[in-house]
Design a protein around this ligand. Structure first.
Ligand code: BDR
Ligand code: CA
Length: 321
């Protein structure tokens, strides 16, 4: 096991979450201190079971897993099994698996923050329920850690769940709103992740490799109908893998903005309001010479180095060969 930058992963293990787990567990100089699970792509029972199965498959049952929220703060849970498969994850998964730890995700996250402080980076790639709960329980959390990365939102592009909202933000908009306002995160949204595909040759090579890569290959092979509409290909975008690639090898460029998430019901639920032109002011509707702009709430990923992203995926995934 490598010792390096300490990372806690918060996941709703579907296919791209599983790819992220495989990448982070293989990366040099990354030490995954634990994984917390949340309802998202499927039920909490399924996303937790999928996470444990991935650890079993990759022979990394030493990594602790803590179960988190069963549903969003306010809304009902709504999964994405139609994308990720009946149980939320494709492939022939092994059993029996280890068990989760007794702590809840919120307790586990807060404990890891207390233990590692500024050495810890948190990467959250599902609905943000666990992270918002942890911040509510420990208000100093954002200032205590190194970085908070999240996969979610669409700042300058359209959504993948509604015309304006991305799945993780739409799933728990109240949590997304709190984390975006209070967490000073690095938001890795559809603006960059929609471009994050791998080449068909890469998937062919994985399919021809030995276990566990034959199972991993199936995670790269889920249907992405929205990609077909937008890019004329069903090769899926590896959304959550982008967070991993950036932590491992800086593939993203960011800008800082003031950002809000829409928590109303109706067609704009979960939409990101990103103040690109700095036109939002502390006193709404007051136009004055001495304008008082709202300060940035975090960073938004603006562009991705796709070649570098593919190199990192290839290096980490083929290390299991
Ligand atoms: C996000 O939604 C989920 O289906 C994926 O795992 C990813 O985290 C993309 O919108
Ligand atoms: Ca996810």
């Amino acid at each position: 096991m490598t010792m390096g930058r300490k990372i806690l992963l918060d996941v709703d293990t579907g296919n791209d979450d599983a790819i992220l787990l495989a990448m982070m567990l293989a990366a040099e100089d990354i030490d995954v201190v634990g994984i917390t699970t949340v309802a998202g792509n499927s039920t909490l029972t399924n996303t937790t079971q999928n996470t444990l199965s991935v650890l079993e498959l990759l022979d990394r049952t030493d990594v602790p897993v803590a179960k988190g929220a069963e549903r969003p703060f306010v809304r009902d849970h709504c999964g994405a099994e139609w994308v990720h498969g009946e149980n939320g994850l494709r492939g022939d998964l092994p059993g029996p698996t280890p068990s989760p730890v007794d702590q809840t995700a919120m307790e586990f996250i807060c404990e890891q923050v207390a233990t590692h402080g500024t050495d810890l980076t948190i990467a959250a790639v599902g609905p943000l329920t666990n992270i918002a709960l942890a911040i509510a329980n420990r208000l100093t959390l954002p200032d205590e850690i190194d970085e908070l990365y999240l996969m979610g939102g669409a700042a300058h592009t359209h959504g993948n769940t509604t015309p304006v909202a991305e799945f993780n933000f739409w799933g728990d908009p109240e949590a997304a709103s709190r984390v975006m306002q209070d967490g000073f995160p690095r938001m890795v949204g559809l603006d960059v992740t929609n471009q994050a595909t791998v080449l068909p040759e890469f998937v062919d090579k994985l399919e021809d490799a030995a276990p566990p890569l034959t199972t991993v290959a199936q995670w790269f092979d889920y249907p992405d109908e929205l990609m077909k509409v937008e890019y004329g290909t069903t090769v899926p975008a590896i959304h959550d893998g982008v967070v991993g690639a950036d932590i491992i090898g800086n593939v993203l460029e960011y800008e800082s903005y003031y950002v809000e998430v829409d928590t109303t019901d109706g067609p704009s639920r979960g939409a990101v309001i990103c103040d690109v032109l700095e036109i939002m002011e502390t006193e709404v509707n007051v136009v004055s010479e001495d304008r008082n702009h709202l300060s940035p709430t975090g960073y938004v990923a603006e562009s991705i180095d796709i070649d570098h992203f593919r190199e990192i995926i290839s290096e980490t995934i083929f290390s299991y060969n």
